[in-house]
Every structure is written in C-alpha cells, then in structure tokens.
Design a protein around this ligand. Structure first.
Ligand code: SF4
Length: 768
C-alpha cells in the first residue's frame, strides 16, 4: 500500500447545502463541478454531515472511462469514505458524477466471492484448486484434440497493463495461438488502424492540454459533455476565457455537447465521410491548404500507390463538392463551406472524435480522413492544433493497443503477420524461433463466430461483458453457450457470467495494483488500498496460476504487478513506444507520465513528432513523422465514401444509433449497482423524434417494438427533439433494454470494428 498522506477535508459553502442530491450529481458531473471548492462531491458533503474525523487521502485514478481522471481517495477506518478530483492531475481536479461515486464501487451488492463451477446447469461453489484444475485440464485437452487455435483469450480495456501484457505473452508465446482479442476491438480499433496507416504508429500525436490552446474545436462522432466531462469542461473554460473560440459539433442527435456548441451540424447517420471529403474539397479548391507543410511532410496514397496532390484534388472535385453531397449528407452546402474555412484558417484547430466515428463500416477511412484534414491544413504538431481520438475505457490504449493484445498485433506496434516483428518478440521473450504463429488470430466478431461453429472450444474471458456488449448479441450468446467459457468477473450476475462454465472471482480497482494507460499516452499507477472480498484474486494472480498449470510457468516468471511492469518497461525500450524511464517509483510520485519517456530524467512527451518534445525526432528536423514509413512523411489517403449497408429502406425506414449517458458507463455492470447513478439515469429508453412519433401514434412512455435484420426487442419510448427526424437513439447500459439485440452485425473490413452507430430498423407501437 502507498504511504498515507493526510490532506484533510475542506469547507463547503452554505449554498451548496441547499442543493438537492440529484442537482449535485449533475453539478459534479458537468460544467459546474470544477467550480465548487474543495471536496465538491456528494461524498464530501456526506462525510461532513456524518461528522467523521479527517480521512487519509491517497493518489489514485478513476476506474471508469478513458479520460483517466486523477482522483484522491479518502480512507477512514479501513474503508473508502470519499473521492475527489486531484487538482495536480491532468484533469485539474475536475471529475464527473461517475468519478465522484466511484468510492461506492467496492461495496456494491452482487460481488462474486468464491470460484464457481456449473454442474447440471447450476453453479456450485468450488475451491480455487478445483476451478483452476478444471480450466487447465479443459484447455490442455482441447489443445491436444483440436489444436492451439481452438482456445482463446478475450480481454478488456479495463484490465491493468500488467494483466493484458501477461495474458498476451502466455497465449502468443506460451500456448502458441494469436487468439487474443478484447473489447477495445469494439470501441477503438478503427482509430488504432487509422493512426497506424497515417503515421506508421498508433496513438494520438497530441494531448488533452491542446484544448487549452485551440481556437477552433471540431467535435464529430463524440459527446464529451456526457462521456468525457472533464475534457469538455476544459474546452468550455477555454471558450469562457477567449470568446472568439468556436465549437462545432457534428452529430445526428442534438446532444448536450451539441447544445453547448456554437454550431451544430446534424448529418444523416452513416454519411459523414461525405462531410470530411467535402471539407477537403473546399480547402483544396479555395487554396486553403498549407502547401509548404504538405510539400515537406505529407505523402498522398490511393491505398495502394503513391499519388500526387493534384490526384487528391481531382478525386475530391469529381464527387465531393458541397452542392453535390448536401442532400445525401443532410447538411447545407454553405455550412460545409463555412466549417471547412474555419477548420483551415483557425489559429489552432483541435478535432475530437470517438465511437461515432470508430464504430462504423467506414471507421478506418473516417479516421484516415480526419487526420488527413489536419495534415493538408498544417493544423498539427503545434499547441492546440491536433487530431485527437477520445477513448472509452481506462486502459484500452495502454493495456491493449500498446501491449499488442489484439489478434493481429504484437507489443509496441509490431504485427503478427510481419516475420521480422515475430522474430524480435521471440528474442525478447526468450522463446525459440517459430514459436509465435504467423497466422493472425480471430478478431472479436470472428472469435464469437468461431465459438458458434465450434472452431473455438474453450475461452477465458476477463473483465468484460460480451454477452451484453456485442452487436446482434443473441447470435453470439448462443455461440458462447456452446463453448467452454471461463469468466473472471467481479460480479456474479453479469450477462456473460450467467453463461459461464467456470466463474472466477476477480478483484476490482483499488483491491489490486497496476498501471492504466489513458487516451493521451499517459500511464498512471493505481495502488492497492483494500483487500478484495472473500476469495477474489487479481486477474494477474489468475493468469500466473493458469500459466503454471499449463506448463508455462518458466515463461511467465514475473508474478507481481511491479515485476511485470519492470519487464514491460524493458520490452518497450526496443521500440518508439519507449517508456523505460517510467519507473514504479516515478509513477508512485507523479500524476502519470506520457510516452515516449526513454529515461528517468525525461519529463514525458506532450506532443509527438515535434523536435524538442519527442525524443525520437532527428535534430534539426522540426517535425518528423518517423513511424515506419521510410520517407518519414505522414500519409493522406484518398478514401471514397461508400454508403452504410444499414441505410433506410421501405421495410426498415429508421436508423438506430446507440451511445452512452452521463451517469452510466459501459454495460452498467458497475454503475448500475451504485444507487445514486441508477436513480439519476433511470431506465434506458428508446428516444424518438416527436415528429416521427406523431404519425405512428407513439406517445411518451408507450411500449414500442424495434425490428432490424438481426433481431426484435421492446422498450419504452421517449419523445424528444434530440435525434434528427428518421433517427432513434438508445443507450446500452441497461439489461432491461438490451439494445444490442437489434444492432447490426456488420463491421469495418480493415479494423474489424462493428457498426454500432447505424442500424436500419422499423418501429411500431405495441401498447400505451
Ligand atoms: Fe472517471 Fe471518466 Fe468521469 Fe473522469 S470522466 S471521473 S475517468 S468516469
């Protein structure tokens, strides 16, 4: 445990006492939370109401989203009594409503405290030895009978880095299968592939700090007011201090972010590559491009061959003039021209996007093109000028993308299909040449399809809930039922836990120790503050036990979180992701560090590819996209728009889009158990534009039936003006409204990320 440093509670103004509990939840969750003094959380007030003594505060990190907020956790009498934003962390003390309630997480009901084995259709308690013995025997027998690729690991952007790294090493270098994938495939694979294609390396070049310098914010396919509140608060403050700063939000729904923007553009779902290409057309046609930057740093490609700037311009002129695309896109030509002009001419443009872009059949192309807009305008590698993909989970970047814990990847940006990369990792891991299979494993959708047809017979699922989060989820639940499913989980009644053959109780958040890597390449340490309940163990302990039982104990020698981190630091030193300088001692002291960070005196890198900041840029180069492209240039791709297969038809005249709400996170396995959050969000509803509801005779609260090509489901309607006409919206946190039953089973052919954001549906009223 960390050294305890008393910080003490601070006074709260009387006016705050007059707020209702619900009001306060919204305040700490949104804009005003940052302006409340001291422990501006419900917990802080509650503590004072009860008149407890001064707690001991510990530096930590919020368990929930990819913003990765630094927090202070108050311990009193061996229990967590409060949480508040850490003013020294990147989020400057701002946290959202979920973060303020994270203190309740270890104490919610429904924790799994003993291993369980399914016998005759029912779970019975078992010892760890019995449960792990069954898991290891079944894995060994499956490998012997059906080969290594008949087993798999399905992980999560919520495991600690040390845990994902160990699982990846065990399966790829020990068992010898690349069947390692995880839920980041569902939320950010398109961003990862997009960056890699453009720069030769994954992860954003900029940082949250760019929001303090930008003069033009282009928010597209993201709703940061609800999903990344401290980042939106940073944008709001920037605008409050500089009234000329403009915010444009592109979203088919009038979200809370759109309401707080200067301009809201509401495209037809699935068409926004038309918008990006049309903006590029305007920029190039009107000479708004930064030709000097292009000449020095950019290469153009049609996806196979290098082409010239003139080819790019012709490609855009042929199809993407604003007047050509405006009807299909649903945004008037004059607005396309205005936003293109502002994007190019602003002093510093920052784009922010997330699942609205990534979860699309053209997700990779969208990522390519948004970065392309920054490259052709030179809006990159300066304070405030950057493309920036927001991320959803606390460790999808550090834990999964950086460690290469996806089926086509190896650590630090290496590829399974690349012989040199395999040889490098075999040498680093000390395994014989040829150990790592040259065949990429199953990506998420393929993995669950392989369970369906019996190619994958045994799978270890850790720290995630695919039986709720996958698209067309009934199909994949049926596949999971056929497979020997081992689920390491903190809760015994998640949708996936219900389908398990073996349930392993897992420690949660501060019940174990490890490093989280959030969305701006920042690694932060979470120290252990509590013991896990009952017999629960950390996922790292479970993986170490499995390695031993499968005969790979010699390969997985590092068994403590610190030992694994030290090994992983050394591995990183042989790559451009180098963070060898992030020792455990530094992480204990500092509020995270951003890689590259090659030695112990390096402060970390805020802006990549910029001389003086990024240690890998050659002296005198200024800006250098050093990735793996020989010419050290970033690539702008010519990416044609292809309509989504889920455009409306006579049979399915509406488009369903899904997303998150302020008070809930992911599939709600954690946030739904916290009473304050559950009450604040209420049940998930199907939002329908009042204009669409009128002819269908649907009123607020009516039960409606949604039907798509993939399934049918019922839920309660909510009439609103938020989604544009023709669009329905529902959130996926609520098991009572398992919206993924109807979500499209289609995916991006390159990133393999499913298209959650566009599903053609029909809607009818069932009852009042
Ligand atoms: Fe936690 Fe995300 Fe909220 Fe920050 S924004 S407090 S990381 S849920």
């Amino acid at each position: 445990m960390s050294e305890e440093k008393p910080v003490g509670a601070q006074p709260v103004k009387k006016s705050e006492w007059e707020l209702s509990r619900r009001d306060l939840l919204w305040l700490v969750g949104g804009v005003a939370g940052a302006n409340l003094p001291g422990p501006a959380t419900w917990g802080g007030l509650e503590l004072m109401v009860k008149g407890r003594g001064a707690p001991i505060w510990h530096k930590s990190v919020c368990r929930f989203c990819g913003t990765g907020c630094g927090i202070q956790v108050a311990m009193n009498g061996g229990r967590i009594t409060d949480v508040r934003g850490d003013e020294l962390a990147h989020n400057k003390g701002v946290i959202c409503v979920k973060g303020s309630m994270v203190r309740a997480l270890p104490y919610v009901k429904g924790r799994l405290t003993t291993p369980k084995i399914r016998r005759d259709g029912k779970f019975v308690e078992a010892s760890w030895d019995e449960a792990m013995g069954l898991v290891a025997d079944t894995f060994k027998r499956t490998i012997a009978e059906s080969g290594r690729d008949a087993v798999a690991f399905y992980g999560s952007g919520q495991l600690f880095t040390e845990e994902s790294y160990t699982a990846n090493k065990l399966f790829k270098a020990g068992i010898g299968t690349n069947n390692v994938d995880g839920n980041p495939r569902l939320c950010m694979a398109s961003a990862a592939v997009g960056y890699t294609q453009v720069f030769g390396k994954d992860e954003p070049p900029g940082s949250y700090e760019d929001a303090d310098h930008a003069t033009f914010f282009f928010i597209i396919g993201a709703n940061p007011f609800e999903c990344h509140p401290p980042i939106f608060e940073r944008i709001r403050r920037r605008k409050a201090d500089n009234p000329d700063v403009r915010i444009v939000c592109v979203d088919p729904r009038r979200t809370l972010t759109a309401e707080r923007s200067d301009v809201h553009l509401a495209p037809v779902p699935g068409t926004d590559l038309l918008l990006l290409n049309s903006m590029a057309q305007v920029i190039c046609a009107q000479g708004l491009q930064d030709q000097a930057f292009i000449d020095k740093h950019v290469r153009f490609s049609n996806g196979t061959d290098t082409v010239g700037f003139e080819d790019f311009r012709k490609f855009l002129d042929a199809r993407y003039r604003p007047e050509t695309v405006e009807v299909e896109l649903g945004i008037p030509a004059h607005q396309i021209r205005e936003v293109a002009f502002s994007f190019a001419r602003a002093k510093a443009t920052m784009s922010l996007w997330t699942m609205g872009f990534n979860q699309r059949t053209q997700g990779t192309f969208l990522n390519n093109m948004i970065i392309g807009l920054h490259l052709i305008t030179g809006q990159i590698c300066r304070p405030g000028a950057t493309p920036f993909s927001l991320t959803g989970q606390p460790n999808a970047c550090g834990g999964v993308r950086d460690t290469g814990s996806l089926s086509h990847l190896l650590p630090n940006g290496r590829m399974v299909a690349n012989e040199k990369h395999r040889a490098e990792m075999e040498e680093i891991w000390g395994v014989p040449p040829g150990t790592i299979s040259p065949k990429p494993g199953f990506d998420t959708v393929s993995l669950f399809r392989a369970m369906e047809d019996g190619r994958v017979k045994a799978c270890l699922v850790m720290c995630t809930n695919p039986a709720q989060s996958l698209p067309a989820v009934d199909r994949y639940r049926a596949g999971m039922e056929k497979c020997f499913l081992v689920v390491a989980e903190a809760f015994e009644d998640s949708e996936t836990a219900k389908l398990a053959d073996v349930l392993l109780p897992a420690a949660l958040w501060v019940e174990k120790e490890g490093v989280l890597g959030q969305g701006e390449r920042r690694y932060q340490l979470v120290e252990k503050l509590l013991d896990p309940p009952g017999q629960a163990r950390s996922d790292l302990q479970i993986l170490g036990d499995l390695a031993e039982r499968l005969g790979h104990g010699g390969l997985i020698k590092a068994r403590t979180s610190e030992q694994v981190w030290d090994e992983w630091r050394q591995v990183s030193a042989k790559s451009f992701y180098n963070f060898k300088g992030m020792t455990r001692a530094r992480l204990k002291k500092e509020r995270g560090l951003q890689w590259p960070c090659p030695d112990e005196n390096h402060p970390g890198t805020v802006r990549r590819y910029v001389e003086g900041d990024d240690p890998f840029v050659s002296k005198g180069a200024g800006i250098e996209f050093y990735g793996q492209h020989d010419d050290k240039r970033a690539v702008v791709f010519l990416r044609p728009y292809v309509p989504s297969p889920e455009m409306p038809t006579a049979e399915f005249p509406f488009q369903l889009t899904t997303g998150r709400v302020l008070e809930q996170w992911h599939t709600g396995t954690m946030t739904q158990r916290i009473e304050e959050l559950r009450q604040a969000s209420g049940d998930a509803l199907i939002e329908i534009n009042a204009q669409d509801a009128w002819p269908l005779k649907i009123q607020d609260g009516d039960i409606v039936e949604l039907k798509s090509r993939y399934g049918t489901m019922r839920g309660k309607a909510r009439l609103t003006r938020s989604p544009r006409p023709g669009v329905l919206f529902a959130s996926f946190y609520d098991t009572k409204l398992l919206i993924n039953r109807v979500v499209a089973d289609t995916f991006d052919p390159t990133s393999k990320e499913p298209e959650y954001k566009v599903t053609a549906v029909a809607v009818v009223k069932v009852s009042a």
